[in-house]
Design a protein around this ligand. Structure first.
Ligand code: AMP
Length: 401
């Protein structure tokens, strides 16, 4: 059974074709710069095969045609025709409270989503919906499922997801904490339970998805009970270009001082802040770490702030969980950056967390990096959101038959 996983953004369309018998990737790639000059499809097949197709792509329909062409191409394709695709799984970042569980896609559902969910992820949802529409046009008979990232956080208790604002902003505008990166947190928490040799229902975990966007979740007995991102992915940790937690009074003060409009302020907090804004070097932590090593004080400050805030979240989640069995690191920084993992774990010995510095040198592979005498296990787990989406898609489609 082949499942095609689609992750469409406003100007990009990422795909993975996964063989579900072995859960292996047959082909994957990305159409970049949709609707812009210099569109290109970067395609990988059968492990290390690579192809690049440069072709103007006006919209998501053309992008999707190009994807189908690539995966069925006689030279670098991996299937003969689209009948070999059993189902398609689409990623959606946030469906508000209306769309939470994975759902079989119909034209009516797409229409409802267009009316009801755009505002919950204005940067992501329009692209995702365009991807779904294009896909349905070209593959009308193939079952399709939407998997929403926030599904994993549907178990958050009300006292964790409500803000301390007047109650009617929740009833009227649905302003509450939704979280993000849920598919990643879910995948790594399932892997971590396996690494502990236990069922997910038997363990308490803290999962740290540290990438350009970063979030930390508390997972109790298979269920998320808290997470650091909120109404939007701006809340929580200090990220590549996002501020994370902030006294809301700073926002109104700065808007007045700098004469910023709401949308300018939104860009300022989302695109100019965080590691980039503090260090003045880059949003990419590799550059910032190099600068810090070379003596750049602001770069060092950015690294210290990132680690300190993550440490505070971990401490508070140990309290929320009343103890923890494993701490899990994933995503670009979590999987690859030993300095950050060490910076976060240092000083948590009294809470039972102790790294083995030699084992901590690992990059990009699943590993136990905790010291022999660490009460809490510390794991590195490469995330795999696409596989998680494919599994959810398969289970919905098989449930229909
Ligand atoms: P992501 O958003 O998960 O792609 O993560 C992006 C962040 O992870 C950037 O700050 C990168 O510096 C960092 N990162 C990604 N890959 C690596 C790597 N191979 N080595 C070190 N850092 C990495």
């Amino acid at each position: 059974m082949n499942i095609l996983v689609i992750n469409a953004g406003s100007s990009s369309l990422k795909y993975q074709l996964i063989d579900m018998t072995t859960e292996s990737v047959r082909a994957k790639g990305n159409v970049e710069r949709i609707g812009l000059d210099g569109s290109v499809l970067k395609h990988q097949y059968n492990g290390n095969g690579k192809a690049e197709i440069k072709q103007d792509v006006q919209d998501h329909l053309e992008a999707f045609k190009l994807v189908i062409k690539a995966i069925t191409d006689p030279e670098y394709g991996v299937i003969k025709d689209i009948s070999k695709i059993s189902a398609v799984g689409h990623r959606m970042v946030n469906g508000g409270e209306r769309f939470i569980d994975p759902i079989l896609l119909t034209d009516e559902i797409i229409e409802t989503m267009k009316n009801e969910v755009i505002e919950f992820a204005p940067l992501h949802n329009p692209g995702a919906l365009m991807g779904m529409e294009a896909c349905r046009k070209l593959m009308p008979d193939t079952p399709m499922v939407v998997v929403v990232d926030t599904e994993f956080f549907k178990t958050l208790p009300r006292y964790a997801y409500m803000y301390g604002l007047p109650y009617d902003v929740y009833t009227q505008y649905k302003i509450r904490r939704y979280g993000a990166h849920g598919t990643s947190h879910k995948y790594v928490s399932l892997r971590a339970a396996k690494m502990l040799g236990k069922a997910p229902e038997e363990v308490k975990l803290i999962t740290c998805h540290l990438g350009n966007g970063s979030s930390i979740s508390a997972v109790s007995h298979g269920k998320a009970i808290d997470t650091s991102m909120g109404f939007t992915p701006l809340e929580g940790l200090i990220m590549g270009t996002r501020s994370g937690d902030l006294d809301p009074a700073v926002v109104t003060y700065l808007m007045e001082k700098k004469g910023m409009s709401p949308s300018e302020m939104n860009d300022y907090l989302n695109k100019e802040s965080g590691i980039l804004g503090i260090s003045g070097v880059s949003s990419d932590l590799r550059d910032v770490e190099d600068a810090a090593v070379a003596g750049n004080e602001r770069a060092q400050l950015a690294m210290d702030m990132l680690c300190y805030r993550a440490k505070k979240y971990i401490g508070s989640y140990i309290a929320a969980l009343n103890g923890v069995d494993a701490l899990v690191f994933t995503a670009g920084i979590g999987e690859n950056n030993a300095t950050v993992r060490n910076g976060i774990c240092q000083g948590l010995e009294n809470l039972g967390i102790k790294l083995d510095l030699e084992k901590n040198k690992v990059r990009g592979i699943e590993a136990d990096i905790s010291a022999e005498d660490s009460k809490v296990k510390v794991f590195v787990v490469p995330t795999n959101e696409e596989l998680m989406i494919a599994r959810e898609t398969r289970s919905i489609v098989e449930g229909q038959n």
